[in-house]
Design a protein around this ligand. Structure first.
Ligand SMILES: [Zn+2]
Length: 408
């Protein structure tokens, strides 16, 4: 078994499912157990400035062995797994020389991963695929990334003849609950730029994501006995309904893709007296993003005019921004990753992320941070899988990036 797979299999046995409810960082104790194990391994490898803080953030440095200065590069992955599906007692299964057909994950429970549902499976015919046993998620998101970084670092420590600049390593908790960057100390981390190893299939390289806002629109009605309501009652639910039909019906998640933005109604609640609508607003272009927020504002103004002062109120908050803005000035870091992939025989797929990443937040915190594939598919559920060859290629990409930087 290759080093990266041995590590991966070991890491997925830690239950590191994060939890939105505890309010703690890390949100669950299991993440700290894995963090301690990783810290121990980094010590064994002889890295420097190793720290594991009380929030579960690991940082460490493999010092340069060059006699000239090159930029310090970082590699970052998250230790937690999704709250959406159990990560307890993960029992990985290996499908060697995969035949390209449906995979029976669990005979007893009749859980089958079908090629008809997941046609990408066919790309891995002849490779070795690691799946779950159908009862838990796998945790390739993002323990594949963790294992890949650890393996690349170990390789460098075992091959001192390979020349490299300073390589910084960061492992974070609670990415899956959107808190992975909260306590990340960019200054302490000390890298000039970094890469998150948190992408999906082989070749993924991402440096664009949504600009994101959350909007809550509240409607104030007036309740009166329905028998005496003529010209008195104002039913806030009906105003809310009128409001939501004014948003463009095709600009919703299920009718958009690529670089298209949307308004997504995530919640509606109400009675005669009070109602509210909650939306998330997404767009890649800052101008369009601002335009969407303004459109919602102008609708609120229009409704206020129609139904009276204070009948409609809007709270709108920015959630995160497109990291492209922070990465474009240092675009060469994307070029390096692209070149590294090509040199190890991986076809780069540069695609926008229709969501956010810790990397986008880190980019705005001063650490430009594109995202690279870790190799997995079908994250956050029982059909998660990762091809061994993709993970091995990811390790090669990390090593090649380090090499390319050392030659700059
Ligand atoms: Zn992830």
């Amino acid at each position: 078994m290759s080093a990266v797979i041995e590590k991966f299999i070991r890491y997925v046995k830690f239950d590191t499912q994060s939890d939105t409810e505890t309010g703690l960082t890390p949100s669950t104790p299991g993440q700290m157990f894995l963090a301690k194990e990783l810290t121990r391994e980094l010590e064994e490898m002889g890295l420097e400035n190793i720290s594991l803080d009380e929030n579960g953030y690991i940082m460490a440095v493999l010092p340069s062995n060059l006699d000239h200065e090159v930029p310090a590069v970082g590699f970052v992955a998250h230790m937690d797994t999704s709250p959406d599906f159990s990560g307890k007692h993960v029992k990985p299964q290996f499908w060697e020389n995969y035949n390209g057909e449906d995979i029976v994950l669990n005979e007893e429970k009749n859980i089958v991963m079908k090629v008809a549902d997941f046609p990408e499976l066919k790309k891995y015919k002849g490779q070795t695929i690691i799946t779950t046993n159908g009862i838990t998620l796998l945790g390739a998101d993002d323990k594949a990334g963790v294992a890949e970084i650890m393996t690349a670092i170990e390789y460098l420590t075992e091959h001192p003849e390979i020349k490299h600049g300073p390589v910084h390593v960061g492992f974070t908790p609670d990415e899956e609950i959107g808190k992975g960057a909260d306590f990340f100390n960019v200054k302490k981390f000390g890298a000039e730029f970094a890469y998150t190893l948190d992408g999906g299939e082989i070749g993924e390289l991402q440096y664009e994501n949504f600009n994101a806002a959350f909007a809550k629109i509240s409607f104030q009605g007036r309740n009166v006995h329905p028998g005496m309501a003529k010209d008195k009652m104002i039913n806030s639910m009906l105003i809310a309904n009128e409001f939501l039909t004014r948003l463009p019906e095709n600009e919703v998640p299920d009718k958009t893709e690529g670089y298209e933005g949307f308004y997504h109604l995530i919640s509606m609640a109400g009675n005669v007296e009070n109602s509210n609508l909650q939306y998330i607003i997404r767009d890649f272009e800052m101008k369009k993003y601002e335009g969407r927020k303004q459109f919602v504002q102008s609708l609120c103004d229009e409704f206020c005019e129609k139904y009276g002062e204070g009948s409609v109120s809007l709270e709108i908050t920015n959630q995160y921004y497109n990291m492209r803005e922070k990465i474009e000035p240092v675009k060469y870091i994307v070029d390096i990753a692209e070149e590294a992939m090509k040199q190890v025989g991986v076809e780069p797929m540069i695609i926008p992320i229709r969501g956010g990443t810790d990397g986008s937040r880190l980019s705005y915190m001063g650490l430009p941070c594109p995202n690279i594939f870790a190799g997995g598919h079908n994250f956050h559920g029982r059909f998660e899988y990762v091809p061994v060859e993709s993970m091995e290629k990811s390790v090669e990409v990390i090593l090649k990036i380090v090499e390319l930087i050392s030659k700059r």
